[in-house]
Design a protein around this ligand. Structure first.
Ligand SMILES: [Zn+2]
Length: 193
C-alpha cells in the first residue's frame, strides 16, 4: 500500500511528533515547528505503517540486510527487515564512529539498505555508509522517514525520504515569533546551548 507525503505528515502530526509553536532549537535558532521523532516511535503500529512504505520502495531490490543507527534507526531497521524477511543490523556508537558490536557480521557484497528516522545533516546515515564501506557491503540505497534538509544532503547513493521538508528557522534577533511576544519552548530531550 502506497503511503503519500500527506499521510506521512498526518502520522507525525497525530502522534504529536510534529509540534507547532515557538521553539528554541538545539542550534540556538528559533522555529515555529519542532519535530520529535520519538513521539511517533512510541506507536508500533504507526512505525509498522511508515516502514511498510520503505519496504515497498525496496521490495524488488533483493535487500539482504537492513542497517540502522542507534537509537531510532535501529527500531526502523528491525521493522523494515521484518517486513522484507531479512536480517537487521545495528550501527552503534564506538568512539567517534559507528560499529557493529557484539561480533555481528556484515559480509562483503551483502546487499544493504540503510534506514534512519529524521535526517537533518545526514551525519548518522553517512556514518552507516562508512561502516558499510569498511565491511565492503553493497549499499543499495538509504531511506529516511523525514529529510529535514530540504533535499540538500547528497549521500552519493539512492536516497528515499517519505517526506522532505525545509525547516524554517530564525536568528533570535530576527525571529517574528519573538517580536510577537509568543512564549518560547525549549524542547525537552535536547541539549540547549
Ligand atoms: Zn523566537
Amino acid at each position: 500500500m502506497l503511503l503519500t507525503k500527506e499521510e506521512v505528515r498526518s502520522i507525525f502530526l497525530d502522534s504529536g511528533a510534529l509540534m507547532h509553536g515557538h521553539f528554541k532549537l538545539s542550534s540556538g535558532r528559533h522555529s515555529s515547528e519542532y519535530w520529535e521523532k520519538f513521539w511517533v516511535l512510541q506507536y508500533p503500529d504507526r512505525v509498522q505503517l511508515l516502514c511498510s512504505e520503505i519496504a515497498r520502495r525496496f521490495a524488488l531490490d533483493n535487500i539482504e540486510v537492513v542497517l540502522g543507527p542507534t537509537t531510532g534507526g535501529i527500531l526502523l531497521a528491525f521493522e523494515v527487515a521484518r517486513q522484507l524477511g531479512v536480517r537487521a543490523l545495528y550501527a552503534e556508537t564506538e568512539g567517534d564512529k559507528r560499529a557493529l558490536r557484539r561480533g555481528l557480521q556484515l559480509a562483503p557484497n551483502t546487499r544493504t539498505l540503510i534506514v534512519d528516522d529524521i535526517m537533518t545533516t545526514g551525519l548518522a546515515v553517512q556514518e552507516c555508509l562508512d561502516l558499510a564501506a569498511i565491511h565492503q557491503a553493497l549499499v543499495v540505497g538509504t531511506a529516511v522517514l523525514v529529510d529535514r534538509s530540504g533535499g540538500t544532503v547528497n549521500l552519493g547513493t539512492r536516497q528515499e525520504a517519505l517526506l522532505t521538508i525545509d525547516v524554517v528557522s530564525f536568528d533570535p534577533s530576527e525571529c517574528p515569533l519573538c517580536q510577537s511576544d509568543a512564549p518560547i519552548t525549549k524542547p525537552g530531550s535536547r541539549k540547549l546551548s
